[in-house]
Design a protein around this ligand. Structure first.
Ligand code: FAD
Length: 478
């Protein structure tokens, strides 16, 4: 357990036991802790939030299909029956691999956690490829906060379009630009199109929601690059049938309140789109904790901030420090849930075996088993890639549904999600379209605070939500 001071010699709750600290209660952290439940080790799992978030379904929260509680499970409830697993909410700010401590802050209090073994699974944030100023107008989608902000922006755009009498402004308000045509961008574009074409039909007096312009933009020459050309083409065709405009081979060069500008990579031509709602799903950057650990271990992070790990997922000569999931770089493994789950389980297995007396020299190498990947395009339509087997359409959607149900944490969440998907299949309505002013403005409000308080600025920087520019006055969230 932690000490609430900077005293590095703080005792653990069970001094005789091997102390394991896990940073992050995402896929890697949760599966590592589950493997260590009931082992003769003392585990503390630290997360900045009190819930484990099922990120692959964030887009459904952003588009009103699911509520946050259905994809976020209380970490304490997950481990309530496991007396050797302790939960701490805190923002980890430092790791000292020499004295073997993790330092976190909780509401201004510093907490220090000594460890014998450390599993770092702090995931990744959004990357704007060096253009952090884009974040102000184009939120990413990495957290529940992000998904709720996006939902508020989408609904707010429709509401404002109803009230304006200026047609050009209405067109701008009804233009939704999604940057990044990976699974998240494709899923979001499909769902925004369904909202416009189906959910909101007949709800506004002054315009037809189906007139909304939904644009999906990417620098790659196809949508869903990891799925290959055939499935990428199928997904693109389905999106086009739903009215989504797809712009490929183009990178975004500017984002502001009124819209965004992109450059065609072949012709170099620049085009500006007026769009009130911009969403960024284009790049990822590993948690900055990776750079701290890499520096102390004599290795260098890659361009996405990921830590190169040894074959046993440890870093440099630190055989007691495992880095797993989106933060690790090994054999070009992708940043997907299965890599994190299998990495977390593997690291925990090594710790459990060694606590029973096995030498660390006997560790087998980590082996990843690729279980395939899938993405939904719309209701009843998904693309699935399982090694050499590829399929799309309704059967793909059923496969997607079953796999996601299996991995959502908690029986109630599975049941409620199943009911929500069932209702969403037969009814055009969505039951989670609520928005608040806080959701719309809080992120930029926090950035304003960060400008005024260097300490808050540091915390915001750690979370990779964009670097505030002190010269700029706070404007509205749009
Ligand atoms: C929108 C979206 C859709 C996705 N869709 C899919 C999909 O369909 N299929 C798929 O396989 N993968 C998908 N992924 C990727 C998948 O979710 C990640 O690969 C996976 O979550 C990585 O697991 P992780 O444990 O490394 O990190 P995460 O699951 O991101 O967990 C990291 C945890 O660490 C916590 N944390 C971070 N920094 C700190 C800190 N300083 N202090 C304390 N706590 C901290 C976070 O709060 C979080 O709980 C998607 C990701 C996103 C964002």
């Amino acid at each position: 357990m932690p000490s609430e001071t900077t005293n590095h010699n703080a005792p653990a709750s069970h001094d005789s036991q091997h102390r394991v600290v896990i940073i992050g209660a995402g896929f890697g952290g949760i599966f590592a802790a589950k493997r260590l439940a009931n082992e003769n080790v003392d585990v503390t799992i630290i997360d900045r939030n009190n819930t484990h978030v099922f990120q692959p379904l964030l887009y459904q929260v952003a588009t009103g299909i699911l509520s946050p509680g259905e994809i976020a499970s209380s970490i304490r409830q997950i481990f309530h029956a496991d007396p050797n697993i302790h939960v701490a909410r805190g923002e980890v700010q430092n790791v000292d691999t020499e004295v073997k401590t993790v330092t976190a802050s909780q509401d201004g209090h510093e907490l220090v956690f000594p460890y014998d073994s450390l599993i770092v699974a702090a995931g990744a944030g959004q990357s704007y490829f060096g253009n952090d100023e884009f974040a102000k107008y184009a939120p990413g989608m990495k957290s529940i906060d992000d998904a709720l902000e996006i939902r508020s922006r989408i609904i707010s755009a429709f509401e404002r379009a109803e009230m304006t009498t200026d047609q050009r402004e209405r067109d701008r308000l009804l233009t939704f630009a999604i940057v990044g045509a990976g699974p998240t961008g494709v899923e979001l574009a499909g769902q925004v199109a369904e909202m416009a074409n189906r959910t909101l039909t007949g709800e506004y007096s002054n315009f037809d929601p189906a007139d909304a312009r939904i644009i999906l933009l990417d620098g790659a020459p196809q949508v869903l690059p990891p799925f290959g050309k055939r499935l990428g083409r199928k997904a693109a065709n389905q999106l086009r049938r739903m009215g989504v405009e797809i712009i490929l081979g183009s990178i975004v060069t500017a984002v502001n309140k009124r819209g965004l500008t992109y450059k065609n990579l072949e012709s170099g031509e620049e085009t500006t789109i007026e769009a009130s709602c911009k969403i960024w799903s284009a790049g990822v950057a590993a948690s900055p904790l990776g750079a701290i650990i890499a520096k102390q271990s004599g290795v260098e992070v890659d361009r996405a901030g990921r830590v190169p790990v040894n074959a046993d997922l440890t870093v440099g000569n630190h055989r007691d420090v495992f880095v797993v999931g989106d933060m690790m770089s090994l054999n070009k493994l992708p940043g997907v849930a299965q890599v994190a789950i299998q990495g977390g389980k593997y690291a925990a297995e090594q710790i459990a075996q060694e606590a029973r007396g096995r030498s660390y020299e006997e560790r087998p190498d980590f082996e990843y088993f690729d279980k395939g990947s899938m993405a939904t395009v719309s209701r009843f339509q998904a693309v699935v890639k399982l090694d050499k087997v590829e399929f799309a359409g309704f059967f793909g959607w059923v496969t997607w549904l079953l796999v996601h149900l299996a991995f959502i944490v908690g029986f109630r969440n599975r049941l409620v999600s199943m009911v929500s998907w069932g209702l969403n299949s037969i009814s055009p309505k969505r039951w989670h379209l609520d928005t608040t002013q806080q959701q719309l403005y809080a992120r930029n409000g926090l950035d304003k605070l960060a400008v005024e308080s260097p300490k808050a600025a540091e915390a915001r920087e750690t979370r990779k939500l964009g670097t505030p520019n002190p010269a700029e006055k706070w404007k509205t969230a749009e």
